[in-house]
Design a binder for this molecule. Structure first.
Ligand code: SF4
Length: 733
């Protein structure tokens, strides 16, 4: 217990009185001063600054957020938060939040309405749409997360249309790894001696726990090689940065695979015992030598061979990281890139081995038991994901978000629920995405006045900020090999600042108003209790700690059942040849597929993009603290290679005009030797056009403005870096 003297107590009481009489939104510095003697409460919760959802502590003084810090138990934060994790906490008091339910009027402006009116009207309209067009005309379009609430709703009405944002991020990875390996595997930073990162900038799309492990590995002597068109933040700590022509990662991987096989450096026993389709792969790629890869990638053949030999020398304690956003949604050959990623690692024989790639530890949570309900049969998916005649190999669990305006135009989607997602800024071609508004009912559930809500929603239902809500526990997973499973939960730290609700309460109201009574017969507390029941821990313990680690349950070694390989594929082996691809007319094994576009002229460049360590794409760009960092580092500027810039008469800091068939935009340019000559690079955080988000408004430019909404047919991705832009000196006159 904190001891407090009478004198201090009197002073604190006076300040408490002062603080409680202060307005809710005020200068944080003044508040800090006013409240400095008040007691502090520490509440464990989960960050929402990005999808890593690090476990963290929030410190509360007089009902307001005082500071945040990482939970040391948590795998993802390891006790440290990134800049976004700190900055985003302040957005709970930000001026960009939607403060109560809103309805768009006939004059296209929004009027505030009560929760009762909003939920009743939405439920009523939903009832009429389902009655007329069937439940399959309803779509849930979200960033991802809270799937169980959405699927309960969609199951009840008979809709198969759950669509996530992943086609703009990493769909080719999950599509391929699930088919070839039966799961995704994680890099074992703690024990590797050689780490090759291609298209994955752990220091830009930062996960504090991963960076902690990577830097420790470096300190103990592990070699780090980064292959990237840009000298990215991870390259700063690497032993070697190898610039590559953007769009040619597949050729680099094929050159590595060819060297490993032709020089007999691969793990023959692993391939013989655990791989199906090796011969088919090799016969299709026998001629793709390191020299051929060098011509395409611009990386010298000797360097490609050296990397392959070094990896083989260190195998199995060597890996090619499985990559993420930088590789798995942005090229016409992203599916084949993901396939080669599996092939290279399997050739090294590093899968399920210490220092190579290991499965993440997991644990099963319980669920609330609810009475069985009779549900209607579902129709085919509106986006065609997994549908035989349309996109049969695209994962239905993820979908094709970029084409929803077309689906509305075709009459396949009549009612659209957009949850925690802003496709007008994070999917290709915002003008086209504005077509979302043409659905009969568009309900956006954001926390702030994002572009999609402002330009397309008929109703905006503001969700409580992450610090204002409690949510059931999750298993901590992804990207970092770890033996001990962990669970963490989000716990409400402060009372809602505005008239907002958690999603569960909104869905209870809407579904009841639409005639689906008692669809969610539980509270979030019931869910927490049910989740931890099979684990033998009390909900109270989890509420107090925020994150719990369990005994290790991962062991190295290829999964074997009844004496046979038993990964979750058709053959039980790693499959170099994908049967489903063959079935639908594509080659089963990956071979060279050229990128869709290539810059040719002196003023032409491939437009590529990436994350900055202080932004989570666009969602953080209205945060004044994080934008102050952008200002400090000229963060909104585009990058251009020095030699190419000189030829166009462009100097550091100049305004340039960047144009494609879709957009013409002006931006300042950073002239640098740290970027491949064939591309311009822009950060993915900027280009805000919601007037209600004043800090983000018209800051920098966004790559989505320049690309059309296309679909890579195997995995459904957007091919976000398949665009050639022209660059000229000077702004638009
Ligand atoms: S990585 Fe940063 S933004 Fe993402 S959840 Fe962790 S602390 Fe928050």
């Amino acid at each position: 217990m904190v001891k407090i003297s009478r004198r201090t107590f009197l002073k604190a009481s006076a300040l408490a009185g002062l603080a409680s009489s202060l307005p809710l939104i005020m200068n944080f510095g003044d508040f800090t001063k006013a409240a400095e003697l008040l007691p502090v409460t520490r509440i464990p919760t989960m960050c929402n600054g990005c999808s890593s959802t690090c476990s963290k502590y929030v410190y509360i003084k007089n009902g307001r957020v005082w500071k945040v810090e990482g939970n040391p138990i948590d795998l993802k934060s390891s006790g440290r938060l990134c800049a976004r994790g700190h900055g985003m906490a302040a957005d709970v008091y930000g001026l960009g939040r939607v403060t109560q339910p809103m309805k768009r009027g006939d004059d296209n402006t929004f009027e505030p309405i009560s929760w009762g009116q909003a939920l009743e009207e939405i439920g009523d309209k939903l009832y009429k749409i389902i009655d007329e067009h069937g439940g399959n005309s309803v779509m849930w379009l979200g960033h991802g997360g809270k799937e169980h609430y959405a699927s309960t709703f969609l199951d009840e009405i008979g809709s198969s249309n759950y669509v996530t944002h992943y086609a703009t991020c990493f769909s080719s990875k999950t599509n391929v790894w699930d088919r070839m390996v039966g799961t995704t595997l994680n890099s074992d930073f703690d024990n590797a001696n050689y780490m090759l990162f291609v298209g994955r900038n752990f220091a830009g799309g930062i996960i504090p726990g991963a960076m902690n492990r990577i830097t420790k590995a470096k300190e103990r002597g592990a070699k780090i090689v980064v292959v990237d068109p840009r000298y990215c933040e991870l390259a700063i700590i690497a032993d070697e940065w190898v610039p590559i022509r953007p769009g040619t990662d597949l050729a680099f991987f094929l050159g590595i695979a060819h060297t490993l096989i032709s020089e007999k450096l691969f793990d023959r026993s692993f391939i013989a015992n655990y791989v199906y389709g090796f011969e088919e792969f090799w016969s299709a790629n026998k001629d793709f030598t390191a020299d051929k890869a060098a011509e395409i990638t611009g990386i010298p053949a000797d360097k490609i061979r050296e990397i392959a030999r070094d990896m083989a020398h260190n195998a199995p304690k060597a890996f090619l990281d499985s990559g993420y956003h930088g590789l798995h949604a942005h090229y016409a050959n992203s599916t084949q890139i993901a396939m080669l990623n599996v092939v290279v690692n399997a050739l090294l024989g590093n899968m399920f081995k210490v220092g190579g790639l290991m499965p993440g530890a997991s644990i099963s949570l319980g669920h609330v038991e609810t009475p069985l309900r009779e549900t209607p049969e579902k129709g085919p998916r509106a986006d065609g994901a997994g549908v035989e005649e349309e996109y049969p190999t695209v994962e239905p669990g993820r979908g094709i978000p970029q084409i929803v305006p077309d689906l509305i135009k075709k009459g396949r989607v009549k009612a659209l629920f957009i949850y925690h997602y802003n496709p007008l800024r994070t999917a290709p071609d915002p003008e086209y995405q504005k077509g979302l508004k043409d659905a009969e009912l568009v309900v956006s559930i954001p926390v702030d006045w994002n572009e999609t809500s402002l330009h397309t929603a008929h109703y905006i239902l503001p969700e409580s900020y992450y610090l204002e809500r409690t949510e059931p526990p999750k298993v901590v997973s992804g990207f970092i090999a770890h033996d001990n499973p962990q669970i963490s939960l989000r716990r409400q730290a402060i009372k809602p600042v505005h008239n907002t609700l958690p999603l569960l309460d909104m869905l209870k109201g809407i579904t009841a108003a639409a005639g689906y009574y008692n669809l969610y017969p539980f509270t979030v507390e019931d869910e927490i209790k049910a989740s931890v029941k099979p684990l033998g821990i009390s909900p109270h313990v989890l509420m107090e700690t925020g994150c719990i680690e369990f005994p290790a349950n991962v062991k190295p070694g290829f999964p074997i059942k009844d004496g046979k390989p038993a990964v979750n594929t058709f053959t039980g082996k790693i499959e170099f040849s994908i049967g489903a691809f063959k079935l639908y007319g594509s080659p089963g094994v990956a071979t060279w597929v050229p990128p869709l576009v290539m810059p040719q002229g002196e003023d032409e460049f491939r437009l590529i993009h990436g994350k900055q360590p202080w932004h989570s794409h666009h969602i953080t760009s209205n945060n004044p603290y994080l934008m102050a960092i952008s200002d400090m580092y000229n963060g909104t500027w585009a990058w251009m290679n020095k030699g190419r810039a000189e030829k166009l008469g462009i100097k550091n800091g100049d305004l340039v005009t960047i144009s494609s068939e879709k957009a013409v935009k002006t931006v300042n340019v950073k002239v640098t030797e740290l970027l491949h000559p064939d591309c311009v690079w822009i950060p993915s955080a900027y280009g805000g056009f919601s007037e209600r988000l004043k800090t983000a408004y018209q800051q920098g430019i966004n790559y989505n403005d320049f690309i059309p909404a296309r679909v890579e047919p195997l995995s459904g991705t957007v091919m976000g870096q398949e665009v050639v832009v022209k660059v000229s000196k000077g702004g638009i006159s």
